[in-house]
Design a protein around this ligand. Structure first.
Ligand code: ASN
Length: 348
């Protein structure tokens, strides 16, 4: 359903540094964030204020440092958005930066086919700090959240608009903290111009109609493990994780272009897990580029063990996609097929 351009935007505040204030225990989420945001926006030059769409405000019941976010928070957020998004021209989620890429990827899988902008932003410095990046990010993200040409989940930081399922936090302190290693930005702010590269957005065919999938993720974090290989890692160590009956999915971060140690026991452990119907996927430890399982002999065991390639996905997207598939009552072959398929432009 096309949305009205007169509809307001929604700002959904979840916590994060952007709204934090100094307390006796260090930075923590502060009160009155709506008033503080409106005051900050009112300091922009009038012609830039005039370009901002009007917005309504909501807050999640628990404002958090995003390092405390859990999958249950992602499913709550997606449900809240699914219930109200039709009333808004676009949605802006204010979020901590530490796990913003995880939330963005997770929202993309839950809210597939969303037909308007869903933008996440935050900041590296609190709104009221000297030289804060908060107002710049707020203004830029609000502008993107009002662009009808953007019809997907995106993350906006430091003037860059990145696909939510492709973004990663890349720096601990720099205001240019996010990157999208395997996909060019969807948009870029140049001076006061906010440019959206529509040809890079999700194609109409890929986006389709809204087809939200909203399983409850609460407690499911126990069911998907993430294992990063280190030189000399033993099959026994991997088995300890994979053989746990609670575990239904595993993300294995392998070497370079898709290699694991030539260790027959390791191959047997992986094959045992996939044989039990667990979804085991591999991505590279290299942030840039894709894997090609079987290119080297050292990777062929992954194929033989039934491990599914995560191609050029980020760990955040691969893990949240695993969780999303594990959370639904799907046949094993459908889970594998869906993991292989690009659902929201998260992989090539
Ligand atoms: N620890 C903060 C958070 O993720 C970091 C930030 O927002 N810059 O909530």
């Amino acid at each position: 359903m096309p949305h009205s351009h007169n509809a307001p935007l929604l700002i959904l505040y979840t916590g994060g540094t952007i709204g934090m204030v100094e307390t006796d225990n260090g930075l923590a989420p502060g009160d009155d964030m709506e008033a503080r945001v409106r005051r900050a926006l009112a300091t922009l030059p009038p012609q830039r204020q005039a370009q901002l769409h009007h917005f309504e405000w909501r807050e999640t019941s628990r404002l958090i440092d995003s390092s405390s976010a859990r999958p249950g928070d992602w499913s709550n957020l997606a449900r809240e958005i699914a219930e109200c998004y039709r009333d808004y021209a676009g949605i802006l989620v204010l979020h901590g930066t530490d796990t913003m890429a995880w939330t963005a990827a997770s929202l993309a899988f839950q809210l597939q086919g969303i037909d308007r902008p869903l933008v996440l932003t935050g900041s590296m410095q609190p709104l009221e700090a000297a030289d804060s990046d908060a107002l710049y990010n707020l203004e830029t993200a609000l502008r993107y959240a009002a662009m009808p040409g953007l019809q997907e989940v995106a993350l906006c930081m430091n003037g860059q608009l990145l696909r939510g399922s492709r973004a990663r936090k890349w720096h601990t302190t720099d205001r240019n903290a996010f990157s999208s290693p395997n996909l060019a930005p969807l948009g870029e702010r140049k001076g006061d111009d906010i440019v959206l590269f529509e040809s890079r957005g999700l194609e109409a065919s890929q986006r389709g109609a809204p087809r939200f999938e909203l399983p409850d993720y609460t407690g499911l974090e126990e069911r998907v493990v993430r294992i990063t290989l280190w030189p000399g890692i033993s099959a026994h160590r991997v088995e300890q994780w994979l053989s746990d009956p609670l575990v239904a999915g595993a993300l294995i971060e392998v070497w370079g272009g898709g290699n694991i140690p030539e260790d027959i026991e390791m191959a047997a452990v992986l094959a045992e897990a996939t044989g039990q119907g667990k979804l085991v996927v591999a991505i590279s430890q290299c942030p840039y580029g894709t894997i090609k399982i079987g290119h080297y002999a050292a990777g062929q065991m992954l194929n033989a063990a039934g491990v599914v390639s995560g191609d050029d996905m980020t760990p955040e997207a691969a893990w949240t996609k695993l969780l999303h598939l594990v959370a639904q009552p799907l046949e094993e072959t459908d889970r594998q097929r869906l993991f292989h398929t690009s659902l929201v432009g998260e992989r090539n």
